[in-house]
Design a protein around this ligand. Structure first.
Ligand code: F6P
Length: 361
């Protein structure tokens, strides 16, 4: 039986296991391939002892499970791999070692499930001869080539649920509650959860905000008798005259910069300019955990089946994607050109402003 390797890279997200299941089930039922699970992202192809045979029995029950049974890492870039050599930590290119290991394992294809970082690595490995197919994953929904990524719907549901809960406590105490959500350099999670959760203010990276406008909105609501306000802030938001707030810089061997902290800054400003009682909630990794929604399970299963189909047909160097209602694929290089920002003329933004939500401008 021909063998295909499967790995999950980057931050985890609800629906990864559903993709793995879609691959294993279709490999077995339709294509007659053996699936080999590769652990800890690309590390499983760099270090020995990190692979396992997978079949329908071994993956039983994983469809509703969050996380990834293959584990993941966002620090496993083979082109900038950090390891100990002669007692010293070096960051170097081990991509040739990875290609060797791929051959030793007798694999004829690789399916890399990940976000922009993982697909960028997959594209570079494809250029070096690795037969790879990408599957887009991220709660941030920020990949250009696909209309939607699985995990996003679940993250929005989690954030909306949190907003419902924050609403009742904010109203009880006449407080302003600021909730910081993930999303990296895009505002999809903030905008959709803010709309679904009835936020009064939504701040997102696509619209650098004026803090005075935000304060005016909160003051205006207080004057009109609403003793509380709910402010949703995407982690990548920045003020008109400032920059994104970073917790930890990224770099060679370290992965991408970690964003976060803007929620506290916005909260401090609102407290100062309105004199109101303000509390800040950083939702953090709750957004990445838990069982995938029905929408994400279906999308992930369709992506898994499609990826396996591409492998079986020998159509490598592609990434599966959703266009409208159709699962299709694009060249993996086209998939990683830029982030998918929320378009400023999108219906979501127009609706938000039409119902009086302040977007900080
Ligand atoms: O890309 C997914 C994501 O959850 C972002 O929204 C967030 O900025 C980042 O990953 C957090 O990464 P880490 O798990 O390394 O803190």
């Amino acid at each position: 039986m021909p063998k295909v390797g499967v790995l999950t890279g980057g931050g985890d997200c609800p629906g990864l296991n559903a993709v793995i299941r879609g691959i294993v089930k279709s490999a077995e039922a339709k294509y007659g391939w053996q699936v080999i699970g590769i652990e800890d992202s690309f590390q499983g192809l760099i270090l020995p002892g990190k692979t396992r045979e997978m079949d329908t029995y071994k993956i039983r029950g994983i469809l509703p499970q969050g996380g990834t049974i293959l584990h993941s890492s966002n620090r496993a870039n083979p082109f900038e791999y950090s390891e100990e050599v002669d007692g010293k930590t070096v960051v170097h290119d081990v991509s040739d070692r990875l290609l060797e290991r791929f051959k030793e394992l007798g694999l004829e294809g690789l399916i890399a499930i990940g976000g922009d970082g993982t697909n960028r690595i997959a594209a570079r490995l494809y250029d070096k001869g690795l037969p790879v197919v990408g599957v887009p994953k991220t709660i941030d929904n920020d990949l250009q080539a696909t209309d939607v990524t699985f995990g996003f719907n679940t993250a929005v549901t989690t954030a909306t649920d949190a907003l419902d809960k924050l609403h009742t406590t904010a109203a009880s105490h006449h407080r302003v509650i600021v909730m910081e959500v993930m999303g990296r350099y895009t505002g999809w999670i903030a905008l959709e959860s803010g709309l679904a959760g009835g936020a009064d203010v939504i701040l997102m990276p696509e619209i650098p905000f004026d803090i005075e406008t935000v304060c005016n909105k909160v003051r205006h609501r207080a004057e009109k008798g609403a003793g509380f306000s709910i402010v949703v802030v995407a982690e990548g938001s920045k003020p008109k005259d400032g920059d994104v707030t970073i917790v930890e810089a990224g770099g060679k061997g370290k992965g991408m910069a970690r964003l976060g902290g803007i929620g506290n800054k916005v909260g401090e400003h609102i407290a100062e300019c309105t004199g109101m009682d303000v509390r800040v909630t950083v939702l953090g990794h709750l957004q990445r955990g838990g069982s995938p929604s029905a929408y994400d399970r279906i999308l992930a299963t369709r992506f898994g089946g499609k990826a396996m189909g591409l492998v079986a047909k020998g159509e490598f160097g592609r990434m599966v994607c959703l266009k409208g209602q159709t699962i299709t694929s694009v060249p993996i290089h086209d998939a990683i050109t830029d982030y998918k920002y929320v378009p400023l003329d999108s219906g979501l933004i127009l609706t938000a402003e039409a119902i009086g939500i302040c977007l900080g401008r």
